[in-house]
Each structure stands twice: as structure tokens, then as C-alpha cells.
Design a protein around this ligand. Structure first.
Ligand code: ZN
Length: 293
């Protein structure tokens, strides 16, 4: 189990999956043999499966224990959800909640669930199937949700001519039950949650993607969701992961977060980067480089 300390706050990674998934060239069209050779020394085995020729991505949550509050950031995919067009997500059955309990948090202990955005792999455990209905997994939690993301998907969902369920059905299964049940705090723009946490808008990967910034005891952390998916994007910040609502805004947000991380020395905790899963960003003459482990 990966545990990090920021001031008086303890942060634990809760794994759902950690697998080789995509050929790098399929995800990043700019990837070529010269870049592969330049970065081979750090890519395998944590960020690239050399045997399979696939980049490795993690799907995990961050459990944040401040002493006063227990917070879960991003909720992975969840169990029992049919996603036939996404084999890595289809009908998962992982011991995620057991891992959460092993880290010291039962579902009823979570005070806040905070989603960086409303894609399938960040809201899955928001709900569980109970008596044939999707009900909140965390019975005592307020769910902090970006209003621009919610509005983006609400409009798509309201379109009577939509070709398929919005975000593979995730919006109706994992987001609407929370909002309609009065459990969501919809937030917009820069927003302070409490003395330790605030929200920074980072649109692009999704319309309302946000980063959560933590400060404790003079130390800082940034929970950056999908601002970047792989450490290659620290070296090449203009590389976008596929599926962005706005590719240019995604690049601007990535540069802004890299600059913020480098200038403040914040611990950066991405949503999908492989082991050791969190680290620091250093400015270089040419741009940035990661210091993860
Ligand atoms: Zn994601």
C-alpha cells in the first residue's frame, strides 16, 4: 500500500487495477522509436510493459485522512458495470472496498467524495447496486462535483436524439442518483472547501475538470486527476491523451499545473500514473521533468 504524508495529512492509494493497456503509439501519435529509446531507462517496468509492448496505467483513488475529515478523491470504475465496448472496465469485480477498509476507512467513514471529473473511471464507486437501484456507496458523504462537468453531461443526457447512454451509462448510474438524492455539492470556478483544500479549474480533458489542492503544515499536494495520464506528458506537455472535450484547453491546463507544481514543490498525485504513483515536477531549461521515485 502506497502512503504519503503532506504536513499532518495522510494520503493512501486505493488500487482498483494496474495493468498494461495501450500501445503507446495508439495513445500518443507523436511517440516514435527515438522517443522510446530516450525514455526506455525509466519507463519499464512501472510505466511500460516491455514484454507486451503496452503502456501501464493505474486506476486508483486517493484516501485523504486529515485527522478531522476522511476524504476519497476519485472513485474508479466500480463493480458489476457492463461496459462491453471497454474490456478493461467491463463487469469488474475487484476487492476495492476491502482495500479501502485495510487503509482504515469503511464506507460510512467517508465524509467527502471529491471527483476531479465525471468520466467513468472517476465516479464508479459513487454508487452501488442495491435492491435493483444505484444507491450511494458512502452513506454519510457529501459528494463534491464540478458543476460545469455536471451541466455538460446533463445536457447530453437530456437530448432525446442521443445515440447511446451518456458516458457508457455512467452519468445515470453514478452521478444522477447522487445529485437527485441531494448528496452533491456542485461547485464552480476557484473554490475553497476548507482550511486545507481548494479547487482549481483545469478544463480540457473534460469540460469541468478540476484539480484539488491540499495544504497542511506548510506542505502542499495537488490531486490532478487526468491533467496528465502518463509521465511522458511531463516531458511533452503538448501530448494529449485521447478523449478531450477541448484539446487546446487540456494543453493549457497541463502547462499551468506543471508550472504550479514545479514552482511550489507540491507533491503531485495523478489519477493513472504507475508506481510510485505520486512525485514531484522539476523545471528544466527545456520544460519539465518528473521526479517520481
Ligand atoms: Zn481517468
Amino acid at each position: 500500500m502506497s502512503v504519503f504524508s503532506v504536513g499532518k495529512v495522510s494520503i493512501t492509494r486505493i488500487e482498483e487495477t494496474y495493468l498494461p493497456v495501450y500501445r503507446p503509439g495508439d495513445i500518443f501519435p507523436e511517440y516514435d522509436d527515438a522517443i522510446a529509446a530516450e525514455h526506455a531507462h525509466w519507463m519499464a517496468p512501472n510505466h511500460y510493459d516491455a514484454g507486451k509492448g503496452l503502456i501501464k496505467l493505474s486506476v486508483h483513488s486517493w484516501l485523504v485522512q486529515t485527522g478531522a475529515k476522511t476524504i476519497l478523491i476519485d472513485c474508479c470504475c466500480g463493480n458489476n458495470k457492463p461496459r462491453p465496448t471497454r474490456p478493461f472496465w467491463n463487469m469488474l469485480n475487484t476487492p476495492y472496498l476491502d482495500r479501502l477498509a485495510a487503509a482504515g476507512a469503511r464506507p460510512q467513514d467517508i465524509d467527502y467524495v471529491m471527483c476531479t471529473h465525471l468520466h467513468h473511471d472517476h465516479v464508479g464507486w459513487n454508487t452501488q447496486l442495491r435492491d435493483g437501484r444505484w444507491a450511494p456507496t458512502f452513506p454519510n458523504a457529501r459528494y463534491v462535483i464540478s458543476e460545469p462537468d455536471f451541466e455538460y453531461y446533463r445536457k447530453l443526457d437530456a437530448d432525446p436524439d442521443k445515440a447511446e447512454p451518456v458516458e457508457f451509462g455512467t452519468f445515470r448510474e453514478c452521478v444522477l442518483p447522487i445529485v437527485e438524492g441531494g448528496r452533491a455539492d456542485l461547485v464552480t470556478g476557484p473554490h475553497r472547501l476548507d482550511e486545507h483544500l481548494d479547487i482549481i479549474p483545469t478544463p480540457g480533458h473534460s469540460a469541468g475538470h478540476v484539480v484539488f489542492r491540499l495544504e497542511s503544515g506548510g506542505e502542499r499536494a495537488l490531486f490532478i486527476g487526468d491533467v496528465f495520464h502518463h509521465l511522458l506528458q511531463v516531458y511533452y506537455p503538448h501530448w494529449n491523451f485521447p478523449k478531450n472535450s477541448d484539446a487546446e484547453k487540456a494543453r493549457q491546463s497541463r502547462r499551468m499545473v506543471l508550472e504550479l507544481a514545479a514552482s511550489t514543490g507540491a507533491l503531485v498525485l495523478p489519477g493513472h500514473v504507475g508506481a510510485p504513483f505520486a512525485g514531484y515536477i522539476e523545471a528544466t531549461e527545456k520544460g519539465f521533468r518528473p521526479r517520481f521515485g
